[in-house]
Design a protein around this ligand. Sequence first.
Ligand code: DP6
Length: 346
Amino acid sequence: MDNEKTKTKVIQKMRTGEVKASAIAHPNIAFVKYWGKRHTGTAREKLNIALNKSVSMTLSDLRTYTTVEFGDYDRDQIIMNGEEVRDERVIDHLNLIRREADIDKKAKVFTENNFPTASGIASSASGFAALTVAACKAAGLDYGERDLSILSRQGSGSACRSIFGGYVVWKKSKISSESYAEQLADENYWELRDLIAVVSEARKKVSSIDGMSMTVQTSPLYMARLEEADKNANHAIEAIKNKDFDSLGQTIEYDSLLMHATMITTTPALLYWAPPSVAIMHAVVDMREEGIPAYHTMDAGPNVHVITLPEYTDKVEKRLKEIDGVKSILNCGPGPGAQEVYKHLF
Ligand code: DP6
């Protein structure tokens, strides 16, 4: 991706000192989940090339805000939610962008989430999408959405979908240059709601990166899910195109349960569910029996996303609040893609 023009631009920027940029990105909820990377156990695993196609909705309201500056620092400095951290994944990602831009300056990174980090609300998706957009701009790389999606993916797989707003598909591919996300419909296309029942704000014990590799290697159900996942993705795409909420909801719930079946049958077992998570799933099924259209889905954490239509939001929220162990409800709709912003955090 790098070329002479880009390099000249970067050098010019470095001379004028314009090396700071900021971006905002939103997490996404996968309607059909990514779980499993190509080349498990080798360095290529770092490329985060998904074994299956996935479909998501980018979320409004929740966001990561990131400012990156390349400068005369002696080391990369990362300040996450006000605290300095040493995050190897962020440093690897900065290295990737430095290689693309052919620069060697260290970076100062300020990043803030307005929602709980690493608890099944994909903070890595918004985090790496915002980091990619801000760091590329700060490094003088003027990349389009496809290249930003490919780069973000290498930070965290699901981040490639957060580059886009609304409804998004991450296509299946064997090679890095073709493993990127694309927008199916923008955030104004269809007003679905995602009510996130937060049962824990703690960090998850097993990260997605470790969990996925354990599942691919040990779950006897993994291959069966892999075949189903692509079919589920195609069903979800059709349902979104037809705005068929029940068909989409059934696919969402089925794919989440199928992914969790592979997690539970991993050795050692990855049981991300907490007792309130199970109570919420039961409540969602009960609501449906009463005529309320609602479907549940969970990522690698105990919080439950309940997908519903806007006119049922109040009813669903009220019911979820009554469940023991539900600490709070985050109410999101379809949100925009990652964007550069011109106000910096430092
Ligand atoms: C269950 O994108 O966090 O949320 O690529 O290792 O960073 P890495 O994994 P990550 O995994 C997300 C898994 C999921 C499903 C999904 O969002 O598709």
